[in-house]
Design a protein around this ligand. Structure first.
Ligand SMILES: CC(C)(COP(=O)(O)OP(=O)(O)OC[C@H]1O[C@@H](n2cnc3c(N)ncnc32)[C@H](O)[C@@H]1OP(=O)(O)O)[C@@H](O)C(=O)NCCC(=O)NCCS
Length: 219
């Protein structure tokens, strides 16, 4: 595969099933047994914070091989000033196309569009290995935390414009588009729309547990 064969375009309604199948292939058994990201996509698309202008797919020879989605969240400083930011995710690439630069294309393209839309910060919760090469840094570096002054190791921040964050302390309030995924019965029900897949344990689930439960407590 040559990266030049990869075309980026906006997702359309006709793509929804194919993109959710892709998400199942990419995320299945990765963080937990099974996955819920296809149900997350389904709910995200109808959430008020969803940004359809940044809902992109990567296509090779008519097959969708990658997807990225964004939504709107906000930061609050200690004076109560509010700043709108992009929350990135989910992002996924079909396993057989991973590590070939497809997510890099998707991210770099949508970062430019996001900036044109007036957003200058992107935040996501994820495995740092996948994002540091795209210029993401630890939330601690930008003084961005959760309520309770918690700086998760997996909370990653990227300035789309240098200096967008001026060092003051911000609290991150992520939209609740992923809340339905906490309902296991709903996820199971939604999963019946797709071909059966076997749930199993794999070591990446322990890696996910470690990343997602870790906090940074010193600069
Ligand atoms: C994470 C994911 C979206 C990355 O997509 P991708 O197309 O495979 O990524 P790319 O090839 O563009 O590489 C992105 C970065 O990953 C890193 N990377 C690439 N190959 C790597 C390898 N063999 N080992 C470790 N890191 C590697 C590099 O930092 C690379 O950036 P660089 O090429 O500028 O150095 C994809 O692997 C995926 O769908 N994984 C399963 C779902 C998932 O984990 N989604 C993210 C949730 S946080």
């Amino acid at each position: 595969m040559k990266i030049n064969d990869c075309k980026l375009r906006l997702e359309t309604e006709n793509d929804w099933y194919e993109v959710e199948c892709l998400a199942r292939e990419a995320f299945w058994n990765l963080s937990v047994e099974g996955c819920s990201e296809h149900y997350f996509m389904h709910n995200l698309r109808k959430h008020e914070c969803f940004l359809p202008e940044l809902d992109y797919v990567a296509e090779i020879g008519g097959r969708i091989v990658g997807s990225v989605m964004y939504s709107r969240s906000y930061l609050l400083d200690t004076e109560g000033n509010r700043k709108e930011v992009l929350t990135m995710g989910p992002i996924c690439v079909l396993p057989e196309y991973q590590r070939k630069g497809i997510s890099k294309l998707l991210l770099e393209h949508t970062f430019v569009l996001g900036l044109e839309m007036g957003y200058d910060v992107v935040i996501n919760f994820g495995n740092p290995d996948n994002y540091v090469a795209r210029g993401y840094k630890s939330c601690m570096k930008y003084n961005i935390c959760f309520e309770g002054d918690i700086y998760p190791a997996a909370l990653l921040v990227k300035e789309l414009k240098e200096g967008a964050l001026d060092g003051r302390k911000w609290y991150y309030y992520q939209n609740d588009a992923d809340a339905p995924c906490n309902n296991e019965a709903e996820v199971e029900e939604y999963d019946k729309k797709f071909p059966p897949k076997v749930k199993a344990w794999q070591p990446s689930q322990e890696e996910f547990y470690i990343h997602s439960h870790s906090v940074i407590n010193r600069r």
